[in-house]
Design a protein around this ligand. Sequence first.
Ligand code: HEC
Length: 209
Amino acid sequence: MYNKSHWYNDDYAKKYGSLVVPAKDTLINAIQLCAIQCSQGRPLENWELRSILHYLKSLEYKVSDLNLSEQELQTIQHHLGEKSPSTIQMIKNKYLAYNPATFGDPYMKIDPEKKGNIKNGEYIFSKGCLHCHQIGKNITVFEFDAESLTFSFFEKKLKKHSNYSIPYIVRKGTYATSGKKQYMPQYSLEKMSHQQLIDLIAYIKSKSK
Ligand code: HEC
């Protein structure tokens, strides 16, 4: 996040409209959009913003993340402290200036012949879905567990498009409404690929009775 130049890219404009304009080129504005819209909270105060920026900075790219060749490392060392535009560009070429975001089609058919990787599906379910939906977490009003009744419920719901059918909810998400502010952000194709969605469904089917 810290090393990017643009946030709320591409298809996020479809969800947030003109709200993405001030957030596109400024990390502070992007964090505020997340606080107010995505998290449905109040605007962050200055000290909060500064803390978040410090935290993100602690996670910024390190030289060792960039897979530099010996030659490139030497070039950097040679130009250290010079602000050489070509060296800066060489470093910037090592990573994307922004994360692309493409929203998938909520109505897309899942080919039943396509094989899913059950282990990957379990990972997505427990680290992704349960992160917010686990019983007792109090993040959503729709809580579930990893028991066979949950999986049978989801398997039955696969038959037609609705908020409870996983391909639909993953690609469509939900929206804040009055009285129920919290909503589910949809997964872009970059955050959950079509294959990962197939993996998730394969896991659910394997656990349902
Ligand atoms: C960032 C938190 C978050 C993550 C991650 C998340 N959800 Fe949600 N989900 C929500 C919220 C918030 C709602 C809607 C409001 C509510 O019910 O509280 C919701 C709604 C839903 C609904 C519809 C319920 C309804 O009442 O319309 C389903 C089904 C669902 N999520 C399944 C999933 C699955 C499957 C995953 C994993 C692929 C997942 N969610 C990941 C937060 C999340």
